[in-house]
Design a protein around this ligand. Structure first.
Ligand SMILES: [Cu+2]
Length: 149
């Protein structure tokens, strides 16, 4: 009897979890928090930092990025190569369901290459992240002084 009750309540829990899961599938979106870009000397490439959270129930694979203010945007990671940190282009950045991935100084980042105009503190950079389903995720990255976040 006790065991049957336990089984019943776990069925209720399961139904609740399923209801919650289908809700986030409807939301199904990539949450993008706190996008920012450190100031850089005019003409130099810049970085894009942010936190990406996958609220859906399938993984999101970012494969490309664009900005009207830069000729080219790549997804980069940092690797240790012979004791030296180097940047390397990522063909794709995967965010698993329920997981967050931080793009942050010293780690993964967007590389904003060949600026079309010079950008200063407070300027806003529209950026589009494109996933493997060709869904586009828009964000605005704010230029901030290099030393602060
Ligand atoms: Cu880079």
């Amino acid at each position: 009897m006790k065991r049957r009750l336990a089984r019943l309540s776990s069925a209720v829990v399961m139904a609740t979890l399923l209801a919650m899961a289908s809700q986030s599938a409807i939301a199904g979106k990539l949450q993008i928090d706190d996008p920012w870009t450190p100031e850089a000397p005019p003409g130099r490439m810049m970085a894009g930092f942010m936190t990406l959270t996958n609220h859906g129930d399938v993984s999101i694979e970012l494969v490309d990025a664009q900005s009207p203010l830069f000729e080219r945007v790549e997804i980069h990671t940092m690797i240790m190569d012979d004791g030296v940190m180097r940047m390397r282009r990522l063909e794709q950045l995967t965010i698993e369901p329920g997981q967050s991935v931080a793009l942050e100084p010293g780690g993964k980042h967007l590389m904003l290459m060949r600026p079309r105009e010079s950008l200063a503190e407070g300027d806003e950079i529209p950026i589009t992240l494109i996933d493997s389903n060709e869904d586009r995720h828009e964000l605005i990255s704010t230029v901030r002084p290099r030393a602060t976040r």
